[in-house]
Ligand binder design. Structure first.
Ligand SMILES: [Zn+2]
Ligand SMILES: [Zn+2]
Ligand SMILES: [Zn+2]
Length: 444
């Protein structure tokens, strides 16, 4: 079966490390879709995800958790869809589709042989035969790029953008390496129907809340509008706004104690209405999510309130509006949440820096660190704003930079590194055009 190219893959912790065989032939690159559907956003915590087909089955599913998602638009009638993500670091690894009729009658090992398999593109390291490639748990270090490899993959299309209402991340990524990405508004067949669009919502007063939930709804929380408590945290600047590599340490430490996570544009200066949001291409975000671009918003802990997991988990998906009336929300305190049985799972991607994900569906949820415990990075893909996936009435998108843009190809080799860097460069350029041409504030 090995006519295709053998690729190395690894998640951040290394549990998923193995080789896979790409279906694409060298010189005839596979077109990769960036999917923006509701199921992919809430299942990953990102605004879009990407997979490419591999020859079946993978060598190992050891250390991975499967999540069955029957109402995803990626599971047509009579097909069952499984996501596989790493039990340790939460990284999405494989997507497996098979005819539902085969499931009851066959054993698990035979099941793995049927249907189609895809790998998350963010965890592809490079060609397995790229001589210098070595990968180690939590520390993917591979030398070199280029080497005259034939093209393998090509980011070609945005799909399922209709369910975002505002295009999600797609308007920011219009040109990649000089080629325009197609936008295919494939009808989202998910039975989770977002509430009707209210168009560009006016920024509202204080007591409205922004709902957030993962795909399986084990993780549900609410974000409140910025208030007096939102100004209390102290934090250095994020790499998003002040690149670490190019800034003296004392300057990056925010010596004037600016409350950079609060964005006051369009409001009286003393009543900030939005939280800063931005994109990140760092290696840790990529290898703990499985995909090329993470999207974070920075929210004070005092503005995040947890709802108990939906219990029992619904067998038929529920519309977001039916989440109310809600039980009493719990203020975000990680120790208390664990006592109360909220099933967040933590993974330290480096000492003092913790990522939280849903252990049931694998969605990324939070990033936080021990130096600024009261300001939390929240995965934007979980948000359910009425105006659309970018939550324009709540978030002000930073268009000046992709955080850690320089890491897009790090730890990767050859064509895989080149294509990843091209995508992130396209995103950075698109953000710049968006800021210049349309105004990040008015278009959100
Ligand atoms: Zn892992
Ligand atoms: Zn999707
Ligand atoms: Zn979940």
């Amino acid at each position: 079966m090995s006519q295709g190219v053998e690729l190395l893959i690894s998640c951040h912790c290394g549990a998923a490390k193995q080789t896979v065989v790409l279906c694409a032939q060298p010189g005839n690159p596979s077109d990769v879709d960036l999917c923006h559907c509701h199921a992919c956003r809430h299942g990953s915590g990102l605004l879009c995800v990407s997979y490419t087909s591999i020859q079946k089955p993978p060598r190992s599913l050891g250390g991975l958790v499967s999540y069955q998602d029957d109402s995803s638009p990626h599971a047509p009638p009579a097909v069952t869809l499984y996501h596989y993500f790493c039990d340790t670091c939460g990284c999405h690894v494989f997507r497996h589709r098979k005819a539902s009729a085969l499931i009851d009658s066959e054993g698990q090992s035979e099941d793995d042989e049927v249907g189609t398999w895809e790998v998350a593109t963010g965890i592809i390291v490079g060609r397995a035969d790229a001589g210098s490639a070595t990968i180690q748990a939590g520390d993917v270090e591979v030398g070199g790029e280029g080497g005259g490899e034939e093209p393998l993959l090509r980011f070609a299309r945005h799909v399922n953008t209709d369910s975002t209402k505002d295009g999600g991340l797609s308007p920011f990524i219009s040109l990649v390496e000089g080629s325009k990405l197609e936008v295919s508004e494939t009808r989202n067949t998910s039975s989770i129907t977002p509430p009707p669009s209210t168009g560009e919502r006016e920024v509202d007063d204080s007591d409205d809340v922004l709902e957030a939930y993962c795909r399986c709804k084990a993780i549900r929380f609410r974000i409140t509008r910025p208030d007096a408590s939102s100004r209390l945290p102290r934090s250095g600047f994020p790499d998003l706004t002040v690149p670490f590599a190019a800034t003296p340490r004392e300057e990056a430490g925010n010596p004037r104690d600016e409350k950079w996570w609060l964005r006051a544009e369009g409001r009286a200066a003393d009543r900030p209405a939005r939280y800063l949001a931005g994109t990140c291409a760092c290696g840790s975000c990529r290898l703990t999510s499985g995909f090329e671009v993470q999207t974070w918003t920075f929210v004070p802990r005092s503005n995040i309130f947890f709802l108990p997991p939906m219990s029992p988990l619904p067998t038929t998906p529920t519309s977001p509006s039916s989440l109310s009336p809600a039980p009493k929300p719990i203020p975000l305190d990680f120790a208390i949440l664990r006592q109360q049985g909220v099933p967040l799972k933590g993974y330290d991607s480096s000492p003092g820096r913790r990522r939280e994900f849903c252990p049931s569906c694998g969605a990324t949820v939070f990033w936080h660190d021990r130096w600024r415990p009261d300001l939390i990075d929240v995965s934007v893909g979980l948000l359910d704003a009425a105006e659309g996936a970018r939550a324009g009435s709540w978030l002000r998108w930073w268009c000046g930079r992709v955080s850690f843009e320089e890491e897009a190809g790090s730890g990767r080799t050859g064509e895989v590194a080149r294509v990843a860097k091209g995508l992130v460069r396209g995103l950075a350029e698109g953000l710049g055009r968006w800021e210049d041409g349309m105004g990040g504030l008015t278009k959100g």
